[in-house]
Design a protein around this ligand. Sequence first.
Ligand code: ADE
Ligand code: ZN
Length: 337
Amino acid sequence: MTDLDAFITGLPKAELHLHIEGSLEPEMMFALARRNGVTIPYASVDEVRAAYAFGNLQDFLDIYYAGADVLRTRQDFHDLAAAYFDRAAADGVVHAEIMFDPQTHTDRGIPFAEVIEGLLSACAEAEEKHGLTSLLILSFLRHLSEAAAFATLAQAEPWLNRIAAVGLDSSEMGHPPEKFARVFAAAAAKGLRLVAHAGEEGPPAYVYEALDLLKVDRIDHGNRALEDEVLVARLAREGMTLTVCPLSNLKLCVIDAIEDHPIDQMLALGLKATVNSDDPAYFGGYVADNYRAVATARGLDRDALATLARNSFTGSFLPAEAVAAHLAKLDDWLAAQ
Ligand code: ADE
Ligand code: ZN
């Protein structure tokens, strides 16, 4: 391990943008297919990996939703999340805010309870095993209707004290944030925090809508905000956290090459950027791989990497005392390097 590798892995960090369904590794896909008697359209793990060449977000989503079909039982959701937590802990993640897409499962007849109880038991186990804390973000699928999002929020009612936030993901183009303004307002009225994917493929106008109509606390991705100077100035002024996902951006052709990633430009513009893995099983790396990719390609120094880690705590939904404790530990760790 190089000095940079060791620094990145050891750096205490939070992960704020992770779809738990996107952490389904091909090996687990096969194991769950066997366990549940589900047929999958691949002959081998290598064949699955070979299928992971995407021209855009929709190419990926088609494969991601198909892969999620092997997830059937509470135990499956537990095992999926437990495997993610083991990997995250090995990458220096001490806190994770995890998105899950209930509609991907309830629309296949899997009860909401099976999904969330499996995830929650893995969250509890990760805290005991690794000291890794976590929060859940219920994400609405934006290609589905507003009514379907409201129905999902209603299904979540018994677990609202175990859910930190709602989010908005899936196909961005043609599904502007505005479509979900009322359900986001209803979620906020229930005390939930708000995040939304915006500006991944969609235009800066979608980022404005996420801010003004959804009233989000964080923007997931936000890359295309860079096309609008006024928007950049506003995001910087408001200290809005952007959960940026470099390897995802590369695999989904948001950028042409990792050397073109704007992470350092974002920091230089005063944007509160963080680095995250999005769908690590599909995009070729967990959070430390994402830090490593941009550190190498963009020449980020230790101060920049520490800023990204600091932003991950200040951008989290942890209470202020917990954020302060994480920042103090981060400073102690940095001082010891
Ligand atoms: N669902 C899972 N990953 C996603 C992404 N990167 N963008 C939109 N929806 C997603
Ligand atoms: Zn995402």
